[in-house]
Ligand binder design. Structure first.
Ligand SMILES: C[S@@+](CC[C@H](N)C(=O)[O-])C[C@H]1O[C@@H](n2cnc3c(N)ncnc32)[C@H](O)[C@@H]1O
Length: 260
């Protein structure tokens, strides 16, 4: 059986392809062509149905998706499958939500594949942290509001919050924060942002299923958003945008939203 530690001669190549945030209109032409030509597609949970519908009907499909608390395949198993498939087939697509290199473990998969002597190519996708705020009219930077944006993960490990992020430094160093995987941990994150100098009236927008027909938004401030999340049952997967740019939401909203 193939093993990542024993390089062999691959017949194929693995393409790490970003599927974007959901709206198929945001998927790249390069990604679409690869899906249409693929022999095998290994895809994540957050890849939308209209994009999965582009997969070559003859291709083998493997769902490697994982969502909080519901792991389908362990990461090592996914990597092992990619290595095995590349030893058998010409075009193996690893399809990931958003961009493969933005909180998508694409870097790790690339390194593992290279260690196994498998050719790899990266096809970027539009990351949800850019697309979701755009679809609800929030520019991440805007003159007079913000001249910097930081992408940061709010993910916790297996039920225990062990912050690796220096939230206080980020609060001081960036005017817009784009927080991935942070909804569940807002009660832990917000006090640190306040300790870093942000105030309770700092605006925050939560955007769930951004760019999809069922996109949902929840607006508030650092003082009231946790209560609003609890009251509405707002849940992942969602992006949180923190900063004054959120104030621009009402005036941009109707201008930018496009059909899926
Ligand atoms: C493991 S990360 C993957 C990020 C992905 N690589 C990207 O570039 O968007 C998963 C997190 O991305 C965010 N996310 C992905 N798709 C989203 C969408 N359509 N709307 C809002 N947030 C999304 C959520 O924070 C979710 O918990």
């Amino acid at each position: 059986m193939a093993n990542s530690m024993t390089p062999s001669t691959p017949v194929g190549k693995v393409y790490l392809v970003g599927a974007g945030p959901g709206d198929p209109g945001l998927f790249t032409l390069k990604g679409k062509t690869l899906l249409e030509m693929a022999d095998v597609v290994v895809y994540d949970a957050l890849v939308s149905e209209p994009i999965l519908a582009m997969i070559n009907p003859q291709a083998e499909r493997i769902h490697a998706g994982k969502r909080r608390g519901r792991h389908s395949l362990p990461q090592e198993e996914t990597t092992k499958i990619l290595i095995e498939k590349a030893q058998e087939f010409a075009i193996v697509v690893r399809l990931k939500g958003g961009d493969p290199f933005v909180f998508g473990r694409g870097g790790e998969e690339m390194a593992d594949l290279q260690a196994a002597n498998i050719p790899v190519e990266i096809v970027p996708g539009i990351t949800s942290g850019i697309a979701a705020p755009a679809y609800c009219g929030i520019p991440l930077t805007s003159r007079g509001y913000s001249c910097s944006a930081t992408f940061v993960t709010g993910h916790e490990a297996a039920g225990k919050y062990r912050p690796q992020v220096n939230w206080q430094a980020i609060a001081q160093g960036s005017e817009t924060l784009v927080i991935y995987m942070g909804i569940h941990n807002l009660p832990q994150i917000i006090p640190q942002l306040l300790a870093g100098g942000l105030t309770t009236d700092t605006p925050i927008a939560l955007i769930r299923w951004g760019t999809r027909p069922d996109q949902e938004e929840l607006l508030g401030n650092l003082g009231d958003i946790v209560q609003k999340v609890e009251a509405t049952g707002f849940a992942a997967p969602a992006i949180a945008i923190v900063g004054r740019v959120v104030e621009l939401h009402p005036q941009y909203d109707t201008l930018l939203h496009t059909a899926n």
